[in-house]
Design a protein around this ligand. Sequence first.
Ligand code: SF4
Length: 228
Amino acid sequence: MQESFDLSDYALQVRKVSKALMSSGCSSAEVSGRMHLLAVATERDLTRFGDSAERSLVACGPGCGACCVLNVTVLFPEAITITWFLKRRFSAEQLDSLRARLQDLLTRTRWLDDEERLFVRVPCAFLDAQGSCIIHSVRPLLCRSITSIDPAACHDAVAMAPLDGAPCVEMNLFHKQFIDTVYTELAGALEELGLDHRPRRLSAAVLSLLAEPGMVETFLSGGAVPIN
Ligand code: SF4
């Protein structure tokens, strides 16, 4: 049977846990380890408190990537985690290629708002040729929040976005509210700790960290992190 659940109470818990996790890290590896703990706890609690029948309707999976043409913002610990993952998993040549894709994406989309980005349909630099996310295990919270029960509806919605009457995409709203709450409370915890809590464009944050690893120390010491 599904356990009773109060999202407001859960938000308070997430704030407390996030503050504890983010209060004492001193390296990319430590921040990444703590973000991993937060992600694991989030997935566990989604399974525990969400409706299993509704969850079984979610059709998202490898090879789709229809929604990976939207603007994505991250909090700085997420960007640190993704960059740390990339440096461990990819060769210098692969990182050079990825850097070029990220720079191209940033150049083409930097000034686009969410609606304009949907119109141009430039895919995320982390989407591979098979339509899978190459950073899936460390993907941003906001990427995790979007679901769909019908991949065809996602493709139609993106294709018809410039037109009136684009179809709606049915998603698991509990899932979205749940993950969005984790994102909001993580940002709140960073603010309470005096750490940079501003949302950043995913491609810009990762590019900056690849170029300037010293930004991690700036962030952890409470400095404002400049992002290109
Ligand atoms: S990070 Fe991954 S899940 Fe998010 S938009 Fe990019 S390819 Fe898609």
